[in-house]
Ligand binder design. Structure first.
Ligand SMILES: [Zn+2]
Length: 258
């Protein structure tokens, strides 16, 4: 399930605030707040609203009622989210991905989401595709200093030096894996694991900027880890028909057991 209520996160909410209590002072990357210049961090006191989010509550569209957290699927069904998230949930989330460019795109978008809401990334996706050469790993791996400058100056994307470096560095790694395994997808298949912990260790030693949450979202959203959708979500059946890797592996397990 996609971070269930990230659609409600304001720009002032970030990973730095996760787990913090009301009134506590936290550091936020200045870039997230749109600050320009050398300042790297801004200090913010955790608001009551963000403290409630940390307790797992969310606020619906009516803006008044606080409720218990709901799954991504429920939020979509109840019209609690924006059209960007709805499109993504209905047509992409949990659907298997075969092309390396699409897998690379998903990984880089998840990395760029760190500290921001998913809808912010979805809104910027077209600009991301343009800026990162259609997420062709070959082209991104060949980015030079002038490309870094261009990306840092591009207001259409997330201008964060670490995230930009991670994209270029990871493109080089994807190329290496593809040379050895045939493709990025084949490397994922060759290393298939049913548990997140094994994946986290693998990603940590292989890629840049791949914390646990990024790895989890990347794998769930691309069909490598189950389940993206609730059992009663109408999209569940659509995804199942495409036999995503996690489902294929479960089937294989069944064959072995019988
Ligand atoms: Zn769903």
């Amino acid at each position: 399930m996609k971070i269930a209520f990230d659609a409600f996160f304001s720009r002032s909410y970030s990973n730095f605030q996760r787990g913090a209590r009301e009134g506590e002072c936290v550091k936020i990357e200045a870039d997230e707040l749109g600050h320009k210049g050398p300042k790297r961090y801004a200090k913010r006191r955790v608001s009551k609203a963000n403290a409630r989010r940390n307790e797992g509550y969310f606020r619906g569209n009516n803006g008044k009622k606080w409720g218990l957290p709901v799954s991504y699927c429920t939020a979509i069904r109840d019209n609690l989210v924006d059209p960007y998230n709805r499109e993504y949930h209905d047509h992409e989330y949990g659907f298997p991905i075969k092309s390396d460019a699409m897998l690379f795109e998903r990984l880089i978008l998840e990395i760029n989401q760190a500290g921001l809401s998913w809808v912010t990334i979805l809104k910027k996706r077209e600009a991301f595709r343009t800026a990162y050469a259609g997420f062709d790993p070959k082209r991104v791996a060949a980015f030079k200093e002038r490309d870094r400058e261009r990306l840092l100056a591009d207001a259409g994307i997330i201008r964060n030096r670490l995230k930009i470096e991670a994209a270029i560095g990871n493109a080089k790694i994807v190329l290496k894996l593809a040379a050895e395994y045939g493709s990025f997808a084949q490397w994922l298949d060759a290393n298939y694991a049913a548990d997140l912990h094994t994946w986290k260790i693998l990603f940590k030693k292989t890629f840049f900027f791949t914390g646990g949450e990024i790895v989890r979202e990347f794998l769930v959203s691309s069909g490598y880890l189950a389940p993206a959708h609730d059992d009663d979500c109408p999209i569940y059946e659509q995804v199942a028909k495409l036999n995503p890797p996690w489902m294929a592996a479960t089937d294989k397990g069944k064959v072995r057991r019988s």
